[in-house]
Design a protein around this ligand. Sequence first.
Ligand SMILES: *Cc1c(COP(=O)(O)O)cnc(C)c1O
Length: 412
Amino acid sequence: MSVKLPIYLDNAATTRTDPRVVEAMLPAFNDVYGNPGSRNHRYGWESEDLVDTARRQVASLIGADRKEVIFTSGSTESNNLAIKGAASMYAKKPAGQTGRGHIITAAHEHKAVLDPCKRLTKEGFDVTILDPPADGVITAAMIKDAMREDTILVTIMWANNEIGTINEVPEIGALCHERGVIFHTDATQWVGKMPTNVSTDNVDLLSLSAHKMYGPMGVGALYVRRRRPRVRLTAMIEGGGQERGMRSGTLNVPGIVGLGKACEICAHEMDSENERLHKLRVKLEQGITGKLDHVQINGHADKRLPHLTNISYGFVEGESMMMAIKEIAVSSGSACTSASLEPSYVLKSLGIGDDLAHSSLRMSLGRWTTEAEIDYVIDKVVVAVKKLRELSPLYDMHNEGIDLSKVQWAAH
Ligand SMILES: *Cc1c(COP(=O)(O)O)cnc(C)c1O
């Protein structure tokens, strides 16, 4: 069967905007062009109505009230607002002093969480960065052990963007609520794919992004809990006072309409899509691991997203591997760091060595992935790895029974 090349298996980096989303956005460019902040004419009201519909669609997908949805430019901004905004609001001491409060996060979080945390350490906060276990899953017990008297914020992602593992979010949230600690989760890879309810899942702050769930780039939202507890944030972007003062700036109405529509579609199609993609992912994994030795699937076997797999290939070199499968669009590391030749810090944080981390590929399936594409990918990868190994002196030595870890290599 013929497939269109290159095959797109990088849906964790971004998803194609669903044509139904594009369709829904068009009126917000062509017909309804008022500023939703214009309160005294119909152009403004019509725009505000569109925004309001989208707010309900987002809220409905995550079990929130629409007043709890703050529109942003995406998850990077949502994470910054949540983490810096909460730290500043709940600081135990004023700016300029040390000991302002304790924050807990983990080493395999996205840079859009780690970098704001790093910034806060320079501003007098103490940050504990937990080392994940080899399976990548952060548990409530780990958070409990790290908690201190002065802990003000815990930020742990729902699902990891490189290995797809799922952290114990509802349990961590319950623990935080017991202790009166604010709990933020970067749910960029989770929302729209998996059922979410901020109330029963005990989340106070949640970041989501349209372009990871078949919506447009450059728009997202932050859920901010209004009751039990009422969470307050210091604004990062100040100006016209939009979004209850937490995020000023004229709203991106077309983008917001697209986000809303994307949420609505995900809510309807999530279950059947998951079932379909899970089957394809299992087929992909079994196809590859069944035909190749020295491969490992990274992260917890079951506690992970249905559509994502990260596999390490022993005895092949990462760059040659990428070259050999050029007609498959995948990622080594996340989109943000794969520009550098550094192996993924996420894989390294799980204790995977540099070599194996370097020869790992993330494949993330999506709404338009077909079975014919998966068949093609299995073939391609298996042939490429076998060929590269034929050229690998290390693989030869290994097959001759030489223990590579004991070899004394000449210094360069
Ligand atoms: C993509 C991603 C982000 C960044 O989101 P943008 O909307 O692109 O800013 C943050 N966190 C995770 C886990 C992601 O996958």
